[in-house]
Design a protein around this ligand. Structure first.
Ligand SMILES: [Zn+2]
Length: 453
């Protein structure tokens, strides 16, 4: 009867009992036992049996348990007893291998509780299966190392550290914290770490110290976005201070117009320009802060580090006493990180990476709360749908760097389409095996937004 009920060729179905929530399948292994599992001898005899209950994939919304009357034997040569081998059944757990694999995959996107309910496996076992699944992936999934590495913080209940492939706009690791020891440990275990030539990072000394220690030849670069963000913060500080001297109505208006103050002058619409001029003309300090912010952004129009340094020096002198406090953090950061900030002008990256990372951080905020760090890391790193994989030799065109006019002489744009890869890795590389460049940040963001992860 119903021989194909399980779709598990190694077992013969004897009968199926059905209840409201469960299928109880009685079955026996098809293959006969031919040798002792210890010594390989064919000389053995029966030695009783035991009833085993093996959980299997849920079917038609019901939990499935397979009952197997497993025979026991005793070897006449070595004297050991052993059970009939059960193919397709996990060695470690009382369930089929396919159920173990399915739970591992499902646990990437579903809660442990819902899986426990659906399969009849207890929640603790689900958690352990997931842990095993993730460590297996950590062992087997290898991401290609880029020439340009990114190290940034991401706040998920606490600061975590995102390691990125900037050329391919992918995530290749999420570290538990942003301590120097943690980053050192990660960098140290990398194979071919000498491949990394540039490391773009947030202004956090432990990153720099870790990179200097493990990959001392790599050039540390502070990305534009991390620096100019501080100029916007300064305007925000002046705006907040101003509130004390305003009526509640004016305060509300100023709060509403905050977005205008954060924009670049060239990006304002006519109406926004009007709003802006109202504020900056009536409140000189705000006007001053806004102008200084705009001037600071212009430093990034420089064509070389020398020009940037000269522009910065002139800018710093122009920061007058009235607003100096607001700009102090920026001035300090520039002084402390100057060589790395200036390195950006000689080794530029496009802002695709920082922009997409910021989008990911925004959506992660909502996702992050419900999951443990391990689960979140697994979701981001091992989400197969987000992998950027190169399986074929690229077309000739893809090997060519994309020079974008007007973006500075050393600026190289990297293609960010799925399936394409950074050209550097492919020059002179004749291998055709597939390479995994990590989880595409833009795809991850979209999948989280759509609730697919
Ligand atoms: Zn034996």
């Amino acid at each position: 009867m119903q021989t194909d009920f399980l779709n598990l060729p190694a077992f013969r179905v004897i009968k199926v009992d059905e209840s409201l929530h469960d299928y109880h399948v009685t079955s026996e292994p098809v293959a006969v036992q031919t040798a002792c599992t210890s010594c390989g001898s064919e000389n053995f005899g029966k030695w009783g049996s035991r009833e085993q209950l093996v959980k299997d994939l849920p079917l038609h919304g019901k939990r499935v348990g397979i009952s197997i009357d497993t025979k026991r034997y005793r070897c006449n040569d070595c004297g050991k007893t052993f059970f009939h081998s059960l193919p397709a059944v996990s060695q470690k757990r009382q369930m089929t291998e396919r159920l173990v694999h399915w739970i591992g995959q499902q646990a990437m996107k579903r809660t442990f509780l819902s899986l426990a309910e659906e399969t009849g496996v207890d929640e603790k076992t689900i958690r352990n299966i997931f842990r095993d699944y993730v460590s297996e992936l950590t062992e087997t999934v290898r991401f290609e190392l880029p020439k340009w590495l990114g190290i940034d913080a991401i706040h998920l209940t606490q600061y975590r550290c995102v390691i990125a492939n900037i050329e391919n706009n992918t995530i290749i690791e999420l570290l538990h914290d942003r301590n120097m020891e943690t980053v050192i440990e990660y960098l140290s275990q990398l194979e071919c770490k000498e491949k990394i030539q540039y490391v773009a990072m947030g202004m956090w000394w432990p990153y720099r110290d870790a990179v200097n220690r493990v990959i001392p030849k790599a050039i540390v670069v502070i990305d534009e976005c991390h620096v100019v963000r501080m100029a916007n913060d300064a305007v925000e500080k002046v705006r907040k201070n101003l509130r004390q001297s305003l009526t509640p109505k004016q305060c509300r208006a100023l709060k509403h117009d905050r977005i205008v103050l954060q924009k670049r002058k060239s990006q304002l619409t006519d109406q926004e320009s009007l709003m802006l001029s109202g504020w900056v003309e009536n409140y000189p300090e705000l006007g001053l802060a806004y102008r200084l912010k705009e001037d600071f952004f212009k430093i990034y129009d420089s064509q070389s580090s020398e020009e940037a340094l000269a522009r910065y020096a002139a800018w710093e002198i122009s920061v007058t006493e009235e607003v100096r406090d607001a700009f102090l953090d920026l001035i300090k950061a520039w002084r402390q990180w100057q060589p790395y900030i200036l390195a950006y002008f000689d080794h530029r990256i496009t802002n695709v990476y920082t922009e997409s990372l910021n989008s990911l951080i925004r959506v992660l905020d909502s996702l992050g709360r419900g999951y443990s760090f391990e689960a979140l890391r697994a979701k981001l790193l091992f989400c197969e749908g987000a992998y950027k994989i190169n399986q074929m030799r690229p077309a000739f065109e893809q090997r060519t760097p994309v020079f974008r006019p007007g973006l500075g002489r050393n600026m190289v744009g990297f293609t960010s389409l799925v399936g394409t890869s950074c050209y550097q890795d492919l020059i002179g590389d004749d291998s055709e095996e597939s390479k995994n460049y990590g989880a595409d940040i833009a795809i991850l963001t979209r999948m989280i937004e759509c609730g697919e992860i």
